[in-house]
Design a protein around this ligand. Structure first.
Ligand SMILES: C[S@@+](CC[C@H](N)C(=O)[O-])C[C@H]1O[C@@H](n2cnc3c(N)ncnc32)[C@H](O)[C@@H]1O
Length: 231
């Protein structure tokens, strides 16, 4: 796709107004190559059963970052894709047919009751205040979904595996030897306050989800929450 065919980003807020951290973004881009991210996202989407979802479904990924989750969805055949993030510089890296929105996910400015699928992959743990920002975000997502729509969630979760992974990647020697571990440790350092607040609040998070959704799946293993919620 050439630059001229690429849909314009719809800017609901002014670029750079509310975020972002260039050191965190550099580490995020170092952590995995786009190809590695796309392969990871396709694996996750398949585990969620996306191969059997209608490819005409209207899908939006919130906290979409540089948009490789959207590339994964496109490669799986989905035709109507949108992404939302607060970082103009990350959205600018995306090349594809999805309509992007520069917006705050705690105040989602999209069409209501119009989406079959909403996805988040590692965004909710960036919210500064729990449960208030989470409630605002989840209320917004519930408002976007059609009655039979589904919200698919992947977020970090404090399991023994995650505790072990952090203990290893935060060792100074490991940070020197293992570039991916260093990038992960840098991201964790920069987002420490919201990340630790998220990991420390599993019950608060579940209660917030229960206020807005019927939970269809709530799996916590290998350091991740994999949830599916509906209205
Ligand atoms: C860990 S990244 C995840 C990006 C993408 N989902 C992925 O897995 O590659 C979190 C993203 O959330 C975005 N973000 C943080 N707070 C936000 C907010 N309130 N509204 C929209 N995006 C936000 C950041 O700009 C960043 O791109």
């Amino acid at each position: 796709m050439s630059e001229s065919e690429r849909p314009e980003i719809v800017r609901h807020v002014a670029a750079g107004q509310l975020c972002c951290d260039p050191v965190w973004e550099a580490a995020y881009k170092r952590f995995e190559t786009p190809d590695q991210e796309i392969a990871k996202f396709i694996g996750r989407l398949k585990r969620f059963g996306f191969e059997s979802i209608d490819k005409q479904a209207r899908v939006v990924e919130i906290f979409c970052g540089r948009g490789n989750g959207l590339v994964a969805l496109e490669r799986m055949g989905f035709k109507h894709l949108e992404g939302v993030d607060l970082s103009d510089s990350l959205l600018e890296e995306y090349h594809g047919p999805a309509q992007l929105h520069l917006a705050d996910c705690t105040d989602l400015p999209l069409e209501r009751s119009a989406y079959d699928v909403v996805i988040v992959q590692g965004g909710l743990h960036h919210l500064p205040s729990l449960p208030q920002d989470l409630d605002r975000t989840l209320a917004g997502v519930a408002g976007l979904l059609k009655p039979q729509g589904r919200f698919y969630v992947i977020e970090p979760w404090k399991t023994p595996f995650l505790v072990f992974a952090h203990a290893v990647t935060e060792q100074p020697l490991m940070r020197k030897l293992y570039a991916k571990g260093d990038a992960l440790a840098t991201m964790t350092d920069r987002e420490r306050v919201t990340y630790e607040q998220w990991l420390a609040a599993p019950e608060l998070i579940r209660q917030s989800f229960d206020r807005h959704f019927q939970i269809r799946q709530w799996d916590t293993r290998w350091g991740k929450l994999a949830a599916i919620a509906g209205r």
